[in-house]
Design a protein around this ligand. Structure first.
Ligand code: VNL
Length: 395
């Protein structure tokens, strides 16, 4: 096969895979269903994430032929209630008993981290559709992610804040992996742009009480409060923010898009007006492809609006399907290699470099953010030339 350099290696990719892979094909004995294990929080505090991803996976299956190489594709959904020990146990059962070709889902970072050794030991590709701590993809060479990372969102809003007259900020994050990422990357970029972080506050992942921290925010009198909370906690937080009168006290609310979650946005009331967040997805995005997705999702789910978790699930299913079509149903390293062959599906398009943050679609926009370009000729994923042999940009 002709090997070509493409943009895939340049962007802030969420994909980390450390080795070359040999080809494999399905054996003739594989005639039963092709099974995919989907481990999600269907109950408990993160149940909305499970509900959204489950609905998106079902939509993808309904829109695409659930038969690959003459075998039916079967998705086995397991509820881990966001308890990492459960996630690991369920993943192990899916691999050992059900012989799934891929593991998918993973609502929170601790669940994904707990399952990483299972993926490594069993050589099972593991598609993370929700959890978003940047380091997750380093926990196993079998992990791919179709969600996002917190630094991508946090750096974007830090840039915006500095450019929009916000000088003093208090940060508030959920006290675990993605919160660490959000707090650190927000503060680093905000300080670089001469902002000041007055205080860094945290609330527990489980059953947080926002009242005491909101009192501290009030006392600190920042221009803005930066917040990351996992999907599902935004509405409750907004309610308390308003009840404590912080919206009226002239403290702007900014954050990652997890707090303006499309799943809950309609229930948040007027307090959500004027809140500014940065994220890789909003259901209101006007592109034709998104409008079609939102419409189909609502139609299949009693009007439920998809959030960013649904998109991670839908894209994750697309990655698995495409790759299974290539391997004709085989799993293991062949499946992983087939997934990696189409990295555009597993890279989120927000790129952050010291030169700024940009939504890099079409992908050649990445060049605007690079100090040094790769030598030409250089083509993007589709094969379209973007730097010619003499080093001139042509797209
Ligand atoms: C995580 C990150 C979970 C962002 C989220 O919602 C979220 C995580 C459940 O990595 O645990 O919005």
């Amino acid at each position: 096969m002709h090997k070509r350099t493409t943009l895939r290696g340049l962007a802030a990719a969420t994909l980390t895979l450390g080795f070359g892979l040999a080809g494999q094909t399905a054996s003739a004995a594989d005639t039963g269903p092709i099974k995919i294990g989907l481990v999600l929080p269907m109950t408990g505090q993160q149940a909305s994430t499970g509900r959204q991803i489950d609905a998106a996976v079902k939509l993808y299956m309904a829109q695409n032929n659930p038969v690959i190489a003459g075998r039916k594709v079967e998705v086995i959904v397991k509820d881990d209630a966001s308890t990492p020990d459960q996630t690991r146990r369920l993943a192990q059962e899916l691999v050992v008993n059900d012989k799934v070709v891929a593991l998918a889902g993973f609502g929170i970072t601790p669940s994904a981290m707990a399952t990483a050794p299972i993926a490594t030991q069993s050589k099972t590709p593991m598609v993370v559709m929700a959890a978003a701590t940047s380091s997750i993809t380093e926990a196993s060479p079998y992990i791919l992610r179709t969600s996002f990372t917190l630094p991508q969102a946090a750096v974007g809003i830090a840039e915006w804040a500095a450019k929009n007259g916000i000088k003093k900020v208090v940060t508030l994050v959920a006290d675990y992996g993605p919160g660490n990422d959000a707090e650190k990357y927000f503060a680093d970029r905000f300080l670089l742009n001469s902002g000041q972080v007055l205080e860094k506050l945290r609330t527990p992942l489980r059953s947080p009480d926002f009242a005491p921290v909101l009192q501290k925010v009030r006392d600190a009198k920042p221009d803005a409060l930066f917040v990351f909370l996992p999907s599902g906690q935004g509405a409750q937080f907004m309610k308390q923010f308003a009840e404590r009168g912080l919206d009226k006290a002239g403290i702007r609310l900014i954050g990652t898009g997890d707090i303006t979650d499309d799943d809950q946005l309609n229930d948040m009331g007027d307090v959500a007006l004027g809140v500014v967040t940065a994220h890789h997805y909003a259901a209101s995005h006007k592109s034709a492809v998104n409008q079609k997705f939102v419409e189909a999702f609502k139609k299949a789910n009693n009007g439920m609006r998809p959030n960013f978790m649904a998109v991670g699930g839908y894209d994750g299913m697309r990655v698995i399907y495409n790759a299974l079509n290539t391997t004709k149903g085989a799993g293991g390293e062949a499946l992983l290699a087939a997934m990696v062959a189409h990295p555009v599906l597993v890279n989120r398009p927000i790129v952050a470099t010291p030169r700024g943050v940009r939504l890099c679609r079409p992908s050649e926009r990445t060049l605007d953010l690079l100090d040094k370009w790769p030598p030409g000729p250089f083509a993007k994923e589709s094969g379209e030339l973007i730097i010619d042999a003499s080093g001139q940009r042509v797209a």
